[in-house]
Design a protein around this ligand. Structure first.
Ligand code: IPT
Length: 984
């Protein structure tokens, strides 16, 4: 109890003292964030835990980010993922936000939280929960009903974030309210104020921001003196940017435009960061590190990884750094999987994004380049605060530009060398002459292709003084009495590094060819060399601590990890380094038998818990006497040899199907953005609580001469579809095209009805709508309220009156709608297929009475048919793998056949394959969802018109990632059949 409180309790008058104030750990000035007062450059990348439904693997991603040089992770939190029904929330299992925040802290990463209410993120409804589409008030405004819903979410998520702020039990340093709110009306202003006030009231004390869609100046903080629009209540201004071009339709990288100057070198750049908000640090909340891919593409992710890959990263992220952008987050660091019904209509299941960590959790080559950039940014704290320095002189080429910056406190220099324009890819050889802190110097350099260099000069590195280097600095450590500095350059290029001493030091070239000369007048030791492999030079004396200088080519540099101020090289990944006494405990991954070399003040080394015999090298490192072990060969079961069980799964189409328990459709309130003609029933699935996945309708009508054609208006999202049956027979199927920029999400299907519709008596129309997501609400136009399922159905004769025949409709989607049966797998796992309602997706469903077959003998079936099998896996302990399901011929994005398939692995809906749309044929299944050491149940729901050729293609298990190492993964707990369907 505080003294003041004690006095109050005692009934005494409280003395006039200021309330105890907590010193905020995260502050900022116009140039940078400060953590505990220290200017800190924030180098972040984005991860969506909900796109990796195996919580133990969150740690794998976080460790890979940390090992790739990031100091921060940005996470979106998806409201809809946690809330199946108004007032109902879940934060357990794969929805345990606390767990990912705790892991991030344990792994030494800061966190930027982005908790909606709206997130976009290529999610169905942009992350809004399903039930929100039934609200009449406009979303993302100050509509009271909307705000009440928002508060329901914030009441729960804000305190979780508050508990995990830096200094309060976690490492959250920044918090985002809203996402790219491009409308800046007073109603939006009040909404933003509400979000801000609510976060503060709920205990979030770190600086808050909003991400402007571009550098427009929307919602600049009130503190700013450049108020372009309605000011935002938050402290920091941030914006998003996706420059650099996208892959062409031929699936080849394009040249794109030059890197934009979004800071010091941009318009009005003289003032502190030149952001649209000069009093706050340059802050890019999302900077394109890839791009999403869409239904019907040719499979662009590999190309997207190159478009925003090696070279792009150096040019574009480097331009940002040189522009004084002191907070930068790459979208995405790991894209993951939009499993189940998470995807918005614009994307298919894979959200690989072409990011540095691919969907199967491999580090792409571009991750190694990121590691070099990230290690560099952390090695030179001076880079957190930059201003322009006087221009340098460039001779010998017009095709190059140099951004020259300085830190106002230390005078350390950054020389960012880029092609001019920066999207040029030629060859340039040139000389730079610059007035640097240690004198005026001229030095040669070169650039080839899409590349750029971040050089530093006049900077103190550990106990050394770097005058300049034409090689790039990667990292430094203090290794006891000695410092170690790692520089790198392009293989075959010459380089020079100049260090300052008070007297001539002793130079020993331990390995490689390095020439040195000492200029006694200046005190400059000049080392010249060609980048080739890894050179090692020991420099002693000269008035400084000894230095081991490592000079590598790019590949050699990329072999280094820096964990816990130690250097490690050799294995594919070093996850963690822990020093206990004289022992260094390393964890990490090997893809093949790998060498290991470490610089650390230890005598013994352990790798993944096993002692590694080591020898001492002349360059002060420890070298493993034997290679670290490789993973073993992984044998996967052959699914084509397996026995499958088969069932037909569209009984709803039959006349005599019992729909007594279904909901009568017609009179529910309709707030959708598209409505049926006046007088027609409201058939929209959301109005009846069915928000995700497939929905079935049955409509009874009396046979009539009018019933000649059916005109069906429906909403189904990208590459969605409709099947219409009359009295048990397929009338026809209609599919929506995928594709950018906006997929077709609603359609009108016209079918000629068979003559029997005119016969007297009762007839049954049955319709199945495959709902591929709700639109996002990026433009604040309630687009997420576009209806799904049937919108209107008109039976008429050609030229006759529409809606000539009345139809009585019933509807059924996911079993029990918003009341989740399967809480663990959650709201985005299941729709309303018959097999889903009956539990056919689940492990332990008794399918013994179903006929058995080999998959090669599967025949086309009209409607949805189910194939189930079980298989065992035995991935060796201590090995990490990602196993995927491949369908048909991986070389072609589309099949000749026309069918689609939902993939249920142990009850989890891990994606949708659409044969005739594509492009995805390989579906990675995360460890934990797939039981790597045990039994697995695979259930495939194939939907087709039954025409010849439209049957399931061969399926195969494939290894997409495999290393020795990894993190420990336990299978994700989720109910089996008997848990959800107990026998009475
Ligand atoms: C921006 C969103 O903020 C983010 O959620 C995601 O959708 C991303 O882009 C694209 O993947 S939207 C902006 C590009 C208009």
């Amino acid at each position: 109890m505080s003294l003041a409180a004690a006095l109050l309790l005692a009934g005494a008058a409280a003395p006039q003292v200021a309330p105890p104030t907590e010193v905020p750990r995260v502050t900022f000035d116009s140039r940078s964030l400060r953590i505990d007062g220290n200017p800190t450059l924030i180098w972040s990348s984005e991860f969506h835990p909900f796109r990796l439904p195996s919580p133990d693997l969150w740690r794998d991603i976080l460790q890979k980010m940390k090992a790739s040089g990031f100091n921060t992770v940005a996470i979106y939190i998806d409201w809809g993922f946690h809330s199946p029904k108004k007032g109902v929330y879940d934060f357990t299992g794969i929805r345990d936000v606390e767990r990912v925040l705790t892991m991030a802290q344990e792994e030494g990463l800061y966190v930027i939280t982005r908790a909606g209410p709206y997130v976009n993120a290529e999610l169905s409804r942009g992350g809004f929960p399903g039930w929100l589409v039934n609200q009449p008030g406009k979303a993302r405004t100050d509509d009271p009903e909307y705000l009440a819903a928002v508060d329901e979410w914030l009441d729960r998520i804000n305190p979780i974030i508050a508990r995990h702020q830096l200094g309060r039990g976690g490492s959250v340093i920044l918090h985002q309210i809203e996402n790219e709110l491009a409308l800046t009306t007073p109603a939006q202003g009040r909404y933003m104020q509400h979000l801000y006030d609510k976060a503060r009231a709920d205990g979030i004390t770190v600086p808050m921001f909003h991400n402007d869609q571009g550098r427009n100046g929307y919602w600049v903080p009130k503190s700013s003196d450049v108020l372009l629009t309605v000011p935002g209540p938050q402290e920091l201004y941030a914006f998003d940017g996706y420059p650099g071009g996208v892959c062409g339709v031929d699936n080849k990288p394009t040249r794109g435009a030059p890197a934009p100057d979004w800071g010091l070198y941009g318009p009005g750049g003289a003032r502190g960061g030149a952001s649209a908000s000069p009093k706050t640090p340059g802050f890019i909340a999302e900077f394109g590190g890839g791009w999403f891919d869409y239904w019907g593409s040719n499979g662009m992710y590999p190309c997207n990884a190159i478009q925003r890959g090696s070279g792009y990263q150096r040019v574009f992220y480097g331009t940002n750094i040189a522009n004084g952008i002191a907070i930068q987050s790459i979208y995405m660091g790991y894209g993951g999987t939009s499993w189940g019904w998470l995807p918005a209509p614009v994307v298919y299941t894979s959200y690989d994004y072409g990011s540095a960590i691919d969907e199967a959790r491999n580090l792409r080559p571009k991750a190694l380049e990121l590691k070099q950039i990230g290690q560099f940014l952390q090695a030179v704290p001076d880079l957190a605060r930059l201003e322009k320095a006087p221009p340098v002189t460039i001779t010998g080429s017009d095709a190059v530009q140099v951004y020259h910056d300085r830190n106002p406190d230390t005078d350390a220099r950054l020389l960012f060398v880029a092609p001019k324009p920066s999207n040029a890819t030629g060859d340039a050889r040139f000389t730079i002459t610059a007035d640097l802190p240690d004198g005026r110097y001229s030095f040669a350099n070169e650039l080839h292709g899409r590349d750029a260099k971040l050089l530093v000069a006049g900077v103190n590195l550990e106990r050394q003084r770097l005058v300049y280097s034409t090689s790039e600095l990667q990292t430094t450590i203090r290794h006891g009495a000695e410092d170690v500095a790692l520089f790198y350059g392009r293989a075959g290029e010459s380089g020079e590094t100049v260090l300052r001493y008070t007297s001539a030091p002793k130079v020993t070239v331990v390995e490689g060819e390095v020439v040195n000369a000492f200029d006694a007048a200046k005190g400059d030791l000049r080392l010249t060399y060609t980048h080739n492999g890894l050179a090692r030079v020991r420099i002693e004396g000269g008035g400084r601590a000894p230095l081991l200088l490592l000079i590598g080519d790019v590949a050699a540099g990329q072999s280094f990890f820096r964990q816990e101020a130690l250097l490690e090289r050799g294995p594919a990944l070093v996850r963690r380094a822990t020093v206990r006494g004289n022992t260094l405990d390393l964890t990490g991954d090997t893809e093949t038998a790998a060498p290991l070399e470490v610089w650390g003040r230890v005598r013994a080394v352990r790798w993944n818990g096993q002692a590694v015999p080591v020898t001492h090298s002349v360059s002060g490192s420890l070298i493993a006497r034997r290679p670290l072990p490789a993973p073993q060969a992984l044998a996967l079961p052959d699914l084509m040899a397996a026995t499958w069980r088969y069932a037909e799964g569209s009984p709803e189409a039959r006349t005599n199907f019992d729909d007594a328990s279904w909901t009568v459709a017609g009179t529910a309130r309709n707030v959708a953005t598209i409505r049926p003609p006046t007088g027609q029933p409201n058939l929209g699935a959301d109005s009846y609580g069915f928000h995700d996945g497939d929905v079935w309708y049955r409509g009874r009508f009396t046979g009539s001469p009018q019933a000649q054609t059916a005109t069906i208006h429906y909403g189904a999202g990208g590459a969605g579809m409709l099947q219409l049956f009359l009295d048990g027979q397929l009338v026809g199927q209609h599919e929506l095209a995928g594709g950018l920029p906006r997929p077709i999400t609603t359609g009108v299907a016209e079918f000629a009805l068979p003559r029997e519709a005119q016969a007297p008596g009762e007839h049954v129309l049955a319709a199945m709508v495959r709902v591929n997501g709700h639109n996002w609400d990026l433009d604040v136009d309630d687009a997420h309220k576009e209806p799904r399922g049937l919108i209107s159905v008109s039976l008429a004769r050609p030229g006759g009156d529409s809606f000539a025949v009345p139809i009585a409709w019933k509807i059924q989607g996911r079993a029990s709608g918003e009341e989740l049966k399967d809480v663990a797998r959650g709201p985005s796992n299941n729709g309303g297929l018959y097999g889903e309602r009956m539990g056919w997706t689940l492990p332990g469903f008794p399918d013994g009475a179903w006929p058995s077959l080999k998959l090669a003998d599967a025949k086309p079936y009209t409607g949805t048919s189910w194939y189930r099998t079980v298989f065992d896996l035995s991935v060796p302990k201590g090995e990490d793998a990602t196993i995927g399901l491949q369908i048909g011929d991986p070389k072609t994005p589309r099949s000749p056949g026309r069918y689609r398939m939902l993939i249920f692995v142990n009850g989890w809906n891990m994606g949708q394959f659409v044969a005739n749309v594509g492009p995805q044929r390989v579906f990675p299944i995360p460890d934990g969802i797939l039981h790597h050491r045990g039994r697995n149940t695979l259930a495939l729901a194939v939907t087709s018109d039954g025409a010849p050729g439209n049957a399931i293609e061969p399926v195969k298990l494939v290894t997409l990632h495999h290393v020795r190492g990894g993190v420990a993964v336990t299978d994700v707990a989720a109910p089996a059949y008997r848990d959800l369907y107990p026998t009475p």
